[in-house]
Every structure is written in C-alpha cells, then in structure tokens.
Write a new protein. Structure first.
Length: 331
C-alpha cells in the first residue's frame, strides 16, 4: 500500500512556494476555503496565489490521503491494473495526479482539467521540478466543455469536485467522464451524508450504463445501508508544521472522512467484503460490520478460532476482508 502522506517531492515543492507567506493570512483564508469545500461549494473563493497556497496547505494533504486510500483499495482488488494515461477532472492543485503518479509507475500521460487559474498556476509550479510530472497538460476552463474535447484515458479521476455542480450538470458530467474512461473511473467526495448521496447517485447511474464496481462495494447491487447510516471511510495522515499552523491545530495528525467509488468496464469477480466501521475488538471475540454480497452483516469471530481471530484483530475501517470472515448475522 502506498503511503497516504504527501510524497517528499511534493512536500519540497510546496515548501519552496511558502517562503514569505504570512501564516496568519493563510490561516484565515484557509478556514474560509476549507469550509466552503466541505459544504459543497466551489473554487470561486480561490482567486490569488495566497488563496491557492492556503488551500494547498489546508486541504491538499487530506485530499491526497483520501485519494490515495481509494487508489490503494482499487489496486488491492485489481493488482494487475496498469494505466498508461490519466484524466484528472477538476484537478485543482493537481492532488489526484500526484497520488496517481505515486500509485502507478505505468502512467505516462497526464491531462488535468480545471476552471480555476490560481490553482492551475500553483499546480504547474509544483510540477515544474518533478521528474514524472514536469510535462503534464493542464487545460483551463469549465469541465463540461473541456471533457468533450479531451482524449480518452485508462484512468479518469474526479476528487472533491462533483459537489460543486447542480444535479443536471452533475449527471451530464458523470456520463461524460464515463465516456472518456477506457478502463476505470474513480470519484472521491467528502465523507458526509451529502457526499455519500452524490457517490450513490453516480454509482447507480453508471451501473445502469454497464459499469461494474471495483471498490469499495463487493457487488453491483443497490447500497444496502439505510439512513441515517451512510457509507464513508477515514484515513489518518500526518500534519506538517505548516499544516498545523494554517489549521490552527496542535494534534500531529488528522483524520479525513471520505466517500468514494471505483468503477470499471470489466466485471470484477470475487470481490471481498468491506469493513464499514471500526471493529469492536474484545477478549472474547471481534465483532465487525461488513458489506457483503448478501448485504450488511455483523460478523463475530470468536477467540477460540485462533487463526481467524488473529486476522480479525488486524481489521480496520475500510479494509477489504480477504478470506473467510467468520459467521455473520444481520445487524
């Protein structure tokens, strides 16, 4: 599994852009921008170089961690997937592109689309010294206009961006992204009920169009969760000194909640169950809420089943459960 923390090359590029930046000014801008994004707003609040840097400091590490966790889940189910081209829709400062480049050494072509000039300028500055990403194509304009002209790619990614669109525009962009995905489409959203609802709507629309879920779901059927429950996951990431300053936080880590779906044109056989919440690990048994082909079940693995119990103790929220998970019952 690839680390959820920003790679050294990206950290160094960010640090080189931070010289002379007022941390207090950045913190104020970051608070506004971050709140806007979590509420499903758009990038119109990012207008200047300071805005773009503030956003990158506050949100890039968490967005990168969520995308990387989603890519790790994808590659766990499809370890042979080796895309040669990437289309990053709503690319912002290039976060998903960096994550994809770290995950897939096979990637050679990188195309990014976004309407925000300040974020494109920052992304291109961060790419400048990169061995792999110095020759990317970053196109400026509205996604729905640019994507029609874009070349198809083996992997299409949209992270934290479909929430900026209205229902009709989101549906049209969903279809357009799928039409450009030669193999796989990955969409990542905030891990809120609203973010989950957007993922589920996109998932259902594309399954009806012939797509198959790679992750996180072990099936192509309707989501078995019932409100107020919703499917989301959490990824822990380390905070840098600058990250803590801009966030006004003391904790050395942050937990990013996110929802995602990876869809493929090829059917994936034998998809494993997925852990939907942090398991309850006790001395007598491990109890875990799993999404399975038969729906949501609570699996209990008793201590007397030593080998299975030892494996179950290592389960974490979001994990795919490889092997027989024990005896389940409906929650």
């Amino acid at each position: 599994m690839t680390s959820p923390d920003l790679p050294a090359e990206l950290r160094a590029a960010l640090n080189s852009h931070l010289e002379g930046l007022s941390r207090s000014d950045a913190a104020g801008r970051a608070a506004v921008i971050s709140r806007t994004y979590r509420e499903g707003g758009n990038s119109a609040t990012i207008r200047t170089e300071t805005d773009a840097l503030a956003y990158a400091l506050a949100r890039m590490p968490a967005t990168y961690a969520a995308v990387m966790a989603s890519l790790n889940a994808l590659t766990e189910i499809r370890p042979d997937f080796a895309p040669a081209s990437l289309l990053d829709v709503g690319a912002g400062p290039g976060t998903a592109t960096w994550a994809a480049a770290e995950t897939f050494t096979s990637l050679q072509g990188f195309t990014l689309l976004d309407a925000n000039a300040a974020l494109r300028t920052l992304a291109e500055g961060l790419f400048h010294g990169s061995i792999r990403l110095h020759d990317t194509s970053y196109q400026l304009g509205q996604a729905h206009a640019l994507i029609d002209k874009a070349n198809p790619a083996d992997l299409v990614v949209a992270s934290y961006m479909i929430g900026e669109l209205g229902d009709a525009e989101r549906a049209a962009l969903t279809d357009a992204m799928w039409s450009k995905a030669r193999d796989t489409l990955l969409v990542v959203e905030p891990g809120t009920p609203a973010g989950y609802a957007r993922i589920i709507a996109l998932r259902a629309r594309l399954i009806a169009a012939g797509a198959h879920v790679v992750a996180p779901c072990p099936h192509d059927g309707a989501c078995p969760l019932v409100a107020p429950d919703w499917c989301h996951f959490s990824q822990r990431l380390q905070r840098s000194r600058a990250h803590k300053q801009v966030k006004g936080a003391d904790a050395p880590f942050e937990d990013e909640r996110f929802a995602y779906v990876a869809l493929s044109r090829a059917r994936v056989e034998n998809r494993p169950p997925r852990v939907l919440a942090q398991p309850d690990v006790g001395k007598v048994e491990v109890a875990a809420k799993l999404c399975t082909v038969d729906g949501v079940v609570v699996t209990k693995v008793p201590r007397r089943a030593k080998a299975e119990y030892a494996r179950a103790r290592k389960w974490r929220w979001g994990d795919a459960v490889i092997g027989r998970p024990g005896e389940g019952r409906d929650p």
